[in-house]
Design a protein around this ligand. Structure first.
Ligand code: ATP
Ligand code: LTN
Length: 332
């Protein structure tokens, strides 16, 4: 059976991009594959944050993930910092990863210029991500297309380790969803919808937003002056294209069918309301189910502890073997 690993940072409110670009694929693949899903709290320390908020966001994200349908019977959902092997393996892989590989990463280059002070963790981010994946011998890594480069790097790091110490790591493959691989911000369709920017009014649709908020955000969504409802690669029409892609991803319809649904629309107002309606209905059950977990933190923590235990059973022996291969005195 193929093994899948994916992760998400507890950096902000989970949003529609996370849902369409990640969670939905995670849930759909549960029956065919062996899955490990990780809330990567250590990764989230690479950007400015407040400690109390982080704890709260971590629990909220776990509740959302269980609510979208990650089942503890079928998948292992856990918190990265609960499995110390990730941080330990990171040091080991740091020692074989050329700095040049990390300096070339698009995400590093982008965040490097935006953050006032940059910690080592930001450069090292993809190495920790490689550890997440490689410790579990994951064959597939479902991610949005922004993370493809990091999975390829994990593959290269695995190759380098195998070359230096003998065949050991499974080279992982990124798996990118075809539709809505990249949901763009409603306020600015040139940038991807992101958790870190989710506090900006009208930027993101939170998975837990109430119907009124969702409607309001779509009403404010940026469009254009063409007044034409069709898919397009034209940058000037990116706003409308984004709305149509969201609609398409949720309904599962083809492009022509989606355009036909809006053939009688009187303008962009109708398009926005049509998309809002479908998003509200898709998110409603998730919000209701999340509340159950959030109102019972003890049960939620118990589920997460069980996830961590299952993850450790895989990651710890792999770490030990890794240490052995690298010449450390193991087991004393
Ligand atoms: P941050 O703003 O902190 O970078 P994010 O919102 O980009 O957060 P991540 O934690 O980086 O979210 O990503 C979690 C998963 O969701 C990844 O698989 C990522 O590729 C996917 N994802 C994130 N944003 C989008 C988006 N706008 N469209 C599609 N998929 C996305
Ligand atoms: N960098 C990823 C989150 C992440 C991840 C992983 C995804 C951390 N470790 C392992 C897949 C596999 C992101 O920002 N989306």
């Amino acid at each position: 059976m193929k093994r899948v690993f994916s992760g998400i940072q507890p950096t902000g409110e989970p949003h529609l991009g996370n849902y369409l670009g990640a969670f939905r694929q995670w849930v759909e693949g549960q029956d065919q594959k062996e899955n490990f899903f990780c809330i990567v709290d250590l990764h989230s320390l690479t950007a400015p944050y407040d400690p109390e908020g982080l704890r709260e966001r971590t629990r909220k994200l776990a509740a959302v993930l269980f609510a979208v349908g990650i089942s503890p019977e079928k998948s292992t959902l856990f918190i990265q910092s609960h499995v110390s092997a990730h941080a330990e393996a990171c040091w080991l892989l740091n020692c074989i990863t050329p700095i040049g590989w990390l300096q070339k990463m698009t995400q590093f280059k982008e965040k490097f210029t935006k953050q006032e002070s940059v910690g080592m963790g930001l450069l090292d981010y993809p190495v920790l991500m490689a550890c997440d994946i490689l410790l579990y011998d994951a064959d597939e890594v479902p991610v949005g297309d922004d993370q493809k480069q990091h999975v390829e790097l994990a593959r290269n790091i695995a190759g380098r380790f195998n070359h230096l110490y003998g065949d050991f790591f499974v080279p992982p493959e990124p798996v990118i969803p075809k539709i809505a691989a990249r949901v763009m911000g409603l306020d600015d369709p040139a940038t991807k919808m992101s958790k870190s920017a989710a506090s900006i009014r009208g930027h993101a649709i939170g998975v837990l937003d109430d119907p009124k908020e969702i409607e309001r955000s779509f009403k404010r969504a940026k469009t254009d002056l063409f007044n034409e409802i069709r898919f397009s690669d034209d940058q000037e029409r990116a706003g409308v294209n984004n709305l149509l892609s969201i609609y398409q991803a949720i309904t599962g319809k083809g492009r022509e069918e989606v355009e036909a649904d809006f053939a009688n629309a009187r303008g962009y107002g109708d398009l926005k309301m049509g998309v809002a309606e479908i998003v509200i209905e898709a998110l409603r059950p998730i919000r209701e189910e999340s509340d159950k977990y959030l109102n019972d933190p003890v049960a939620l923590d118990t589920m997460l502890a069980k996830g961590a235990e299952q993850a450790r059973e895989v990651a710890m022996p792999k770490l030990r073997e890794m240490q052995e291969k690298m010449g450390l005195l193991v087991g004393m």
